[in-house]
Design a protein around this ligand. Sequence first.
Ligand SMILES: O=C(O)CCC(=O)C(=O)O
Ligand SMILES: [Fe+2]
Length: 329
Amino acid sequence: MELSPIANLQTIHYGRLSDGDKDEAAKLFKAANVDGFFYLHLQGSAFAALTEDIEDVFALSKALFDLSEEEKLRYDIDMLGKLKLNGYKPVGRNFGGMSARAILSLPATVTASSGVKGNRDGFESYTVLNLLLSSLSTSLGLPPEASLTRLHRNSAPSPDILRLLHYLPQPASETGTPQTPHTDLGSLTLLCTKSPGLQVLAPHSKEWAHVLTKAGCAIVNIGDGLSLLTGNLLHSCLHRVGPPPGRAMEERYSLAYLQRTEDDVRMETLPGIKVSGIDAGSSSDGNAAEVYTSKGWLEKKFGMLRRETWKEGSEGAKILTGRADGIGV
Ligand SMILES: O=C(O)CCC(=O)C(=O)O
Ligand SMILES: [Fe+2]
């Protein structure tokens, strides 16, 4: 079936970036500045397996989601911790009755508070996203000692998560979107899926655009964290998952790695950003005067989700993301 409109996203080649290709770096910055979403071409690179072997991950994901609800609820995400970093989130939790997806979150880092030295080393998605952070830092004019990678060190505790998502097939009579429009809370999200369904709302657009999957590519998007740290120079874009118009949602699996800043980072515009021709604006619009640490920001956010304050209008979103159009999750 014809999907329309299709999101016209840039494709960034990982191999070219890691070879230091300046044109590719400029293309990455533009995609992060304008669209907030792009394809990351991994085929032929050391990280090709992230997309090539994804069916194995989905087989594992299916086996986990096929466990009984009772078994899965022994790992209820809201029982295991405050920040929804670990555990099973059943369909419908926090995001209204329409939500027809379940989530299993696995912490991507072992934090210092668990008594084990934090370590994201060897975690491929982390390595891949770090190269993007490094390239974006150069484009932002940040000197190496102030690089964004210094706020995402593998030795420091951070609330990164690896998320397995299972979207249940909807009955034919139901055609709503199982995933509420949202922006991502963290720095960068790396998404792997073989199924369509992702939709983005481009800045200044009123129409949701369909993101098609692309062979050999993961999909990467900017989160609210990078928007705050760069005075909105890097753009976190509203997105959702839903069926084609007039249809019901088919069963769908996806895998998302949400990279987030270290716990102690202050979530405000970084000094020293210099991009010729563009100004880094303020990360707040006057209503979000309080600056949180990354950890405090997340706690505040998830406290609000628990109380379902998102139902009470856009104020919660504004406090936490500096903008009124998205709830970061
Ligand atoms: O499943 C997808 O394609 C998107 C998932 C997503 O937006 C998220 O986990 O934040
Ligand atoms: Fe998302």
